[in-house]
Design a protein around this ligand. Structure first.
Ligand SMILES: Cc1ncc(COP(=O)(O)O)c(C=O)c1O
Length: 454
């Protein structure tokens, strides 16, 4: 098997092209998240469950563009819809079009908490717009979000995703720390950080700040710290406490929306927020797919022009055509799509659990439907962010590298996760598990040798 190892001798063009990219694009590519890790990939093309780099190496893709490509790479119905729109209709109108109605209607029907919608251009924009809307509706400024959650890279919400724990204070009442440099100190004052899955501390914070708290901005499943599902009663409790204190509940369903079920995590857990943000899966990989929406009385602030939301490209027909085609598959083929995603994810998770157990590698795999992550070094459930932070990242990093070198790709940051898509089949599951077994043995042996000082 190791004859096919994707080592440096198989990455010649990749390294050349990446160096060229670095000359003109700061860092080599346009997202900090994609620069994490040491082995560059320069893409040639994607097809179904695979992508191919410029050296012709094939990888089974469990990252699927950080989640959007729920039908895999180059899904024909979506490509056809986009091509038809741009060749027969055009790319940009800045006037309403039937697609506004069609896509809007489908989102409103699918997501319980959305009566009306607005389109945005990215998840970050959608969550920013939702925060502004909540502030306008309540007349209050502050937003409570969780340590370890990620709602985008903008000033308004880029706090405490992976904070330096020495500076982050107590687990139940963490300090607000900017995720990167350049965020004004004044914005920090508008964000309060809490502890996901700790309802008591959340209640204390909400009650104490009710007079100045506009909303709780919550991923319903903490999906940017690996996968941390809500404990029973947590989301229900949040809903109740928000209602009792005149605070809105915003669900950031950028990852979970149209993925863990058609109606998202709010449908899965039967907790309905006031405002919901969706992106990623809703467009099946169509760039710019994002929306936010909520109760009509809240969304009316947009219609009345009380709250500023816009964007030259918001609701452009090219993106809407892709979203429309994706929604048609997700809605009309609901049973088959979600059944398949869960079957693939379950097979992977079961297989991985078996491999780690057989090799005596302590590892906890956390899964919700089609997404999962492994926390090395844990035997039992990971329910808190700081537990996730305490997982064995050295093992994870080495394990990821060994898998990538054998053509199985998932992100090398253990706070990302594995995603199933409809293009994955038992063939990709079998091959991936074979590689994962090899990688597990190699890393375990290497670390044992290192710790024995050999
Ligand atoms: C939960 C969550 N919210 C918001 C965002 C931001 O979305 P985008 O990258 O489209 O701006 C992300 C991105 O990964 C996310 O995972």
């Amino acid at each position: 098997m190791d004859d096919n190892l994707i080592d440096d001798s198989h990455l010649v063009k990749t390294r050349e092209m990446f160096a060229k990219c670095q000359e003109v694009v700061s860092g080599g590519e346009s997202s900090y998240a994609r620069l994490i890790g040491t082995r560059p990939i320069v893409m040639e093309r994607g097809e179904g469950a695979y992508f191919y780099d410029v050296d012709g190496n094939a990888y089974i893709d469990w990252c699927i563009g950080y989640g959007p490509m729920i039908f895999g790479h180059r899904p024909k119905p979506i490509l056809d819809a986009i091509v038809a729109q741009i060749t027969q209709g055009g790319m940009l109108y800045t006037f309403p079009h039937e697609l506004d109605y069609e896509v809007g209607r489908k989102i409103v029907q699918a997501v319980p908490g959305i009566d009306q919608v607005r389109f945005a251009n990215s998840g970050s924009e959608a969550t920013q717009a939702a925060m502004r809307l909540a502030r306008a509706y309540t007349g209050k400024d502050k937003i409570l979000k969780w340590e370890g959650s990620y709602s985008g890279f903008l000033d308004c919400h880029a706090f405490s995703h992976v904070p330096a724990l020495e500076a982050a204070g107590r687990e139940r009442f963490p300090r607000t720390l900017p995720s990167q440099a350049g965020i004004p100190k004044a914005v920090e004052e508008t964000i309060i950080i809490g502890c996901f899955n700790d309802l008591d501390s959340a209640e204390t914070i909400i009650k104490r700040n009710a007079h100045q708290l506009a909303a709780v901005l919550s991923e319903p499943i903490l999906a940017d710290a690996g996968i941390i599902p809500p404990e029973p009663g947590f989301l229900e409790g949040l809903r109740r406490i928000c209602d009792e204190n005149g605070v809105l509940l915003i669900f950031d369903e950028i990852i979970t929306g149209f993925r863990v079920s058609l109606g998202g995590a709010q449908e899965l857990y039967d907790v309905i927020p006031d405002i919901t943000c969706v992106a990623k899966a809703v467009g099946g990989g169509t760039p710019g797919s994002a929306a936010f929406g909520g109760k009509k009385e809240i969304m009316e602030l947009e219609a009345d022009g009380v709250v500023l939301h816009g964007g030259t490209y918001s609701g452009n027909p090219m993106t809407l055509a892709g979203m429309n085609a994706a929604l048609d598959i997700l809605i009309n083929d609901r049973e088959r799509v979600y059944g398949h995603l869960n079957t693939i994810a379950n097979a992977m998770v079961q297989g991985m659990r078996g491999i780690f157990a057989e090799n005596g590698v302590p590892a906890y795999i956390s899964q919700v439907g089609p997404m999962w992550q492994v926390f090395f070094g844990h035997e039992g459930p990971v329910t808190r962010y700081r537990q996730a932070r305490a997982s064995d990242t050295r093992f994870f990093g080495m394990f990821q590298t060994e898998c990538q070198m054998r053509g199985v790709y998932f992100h090398n940051f253990n706070f990302e996760r594995f995603f199933a898509c409809t293009a994955h089949t038992q063939t990709e599951v079998d091959r991936s598990l074979e590689v994962i077994a090899t990688a597990t043995k190699i890393v375990k042996d290497r670390l044992s040798t290192l710790s024995a000082g050999v």
